[in-house]
Write a protein that binds this ligand. Sequence first.
Ligand SMILES: O=C(O)CCC(=O)C(=O)O
Length: 327
Amino acid sequence: MRGLNYVFKKYTGGLRNLKMVYVINNWLNADKLSHNKEIYRCYGLKKSIFAPIGSQVFKGREETPVWTMRDEADRWTPEREAEFVQFSSPLQEKIKHFLEEGFLVLEGFFDEQEVQAMRNELDVRATNLESHTNYTGKKIPDIHLESKVIREKFTENPEILRLLTFLLGKRAIPFQSIGFYEGSEQRAHSDYIHMSTFPDGYLIAAWVALEPCGPENGQLFYYPKSQRLPIIRKYNYDDGINGWSTGKTDYVDYENALEKQLQESDLEKVFWPAQPGDLLIWNAHFVHGGSPIQIKGKSRRSVVSHYFGEGVICYHDITQRPALLRF
Ligand SMILES: O=C(O)CCC(=O)C(=O)O
């Protein structure tokens, strides 16, 4: 089975707009989709767990996104309040900031030794071509699956998981990670077009700097309060979806639509000069990106992990696939 998965990943690039190709991939990964049987039933979704899925399936059923995004009246239920008061008061302030602004920063969350240990994990893979499954050559997808150090210190760090679980309002399940050697130079986007949920909003990300970040090596930028922008879903910009095709899987149209939305808003773009060990946590729909690298080839080692909330429908709107979860 592993062999077939490998062949699929390597050779199906040109066929990836065909829904049938993904159905085959879903069959190959049945063990990572079986949890959906119960979840689909719970949300009244009459669909095979192997079938393509996208935001159009939930059209008209969208509710106000979960409390982490907008629903202020619902934030402080007694249970949540009881858990909230167990965090230190500086962390409580950070949590309030997250609810208003869509993100929080824990400066120096990791000490020098921890940063060095995680950076080594990236460096030892720098010359190992097997790791470079991502075509950019700048990233290692799912580095937490191959690096125990990154998994234990970062992706599955109990302190981080506890905070993310609190912020999500559901148990945070590590879904994927990316180790970066260099800045991504990605245009402004929200992760929600890549990783979506029903009900809305049960995705959260944590990002750690492993060296100083600045204009020279493609520091992150973001737009505080952008989580309140209306969600741009695939059906809002791509009408190429039909019974056979996922529609376009590049997302320039999405980026253009978001850029227009940002220009029409009064949101401010902020560049973040992160220091080694700084941890950034952002909301499902928080707009961010990687700024252009001014000194080409300069490293910007960092790792990001994305987490879904337990028990919701998780899917990739951009490619119309159900998300494969390892528990
Ligand atoms: O690290 C970066 O430059 C961007 C990361 C990012 O956009 C993401 O993980 O969603």
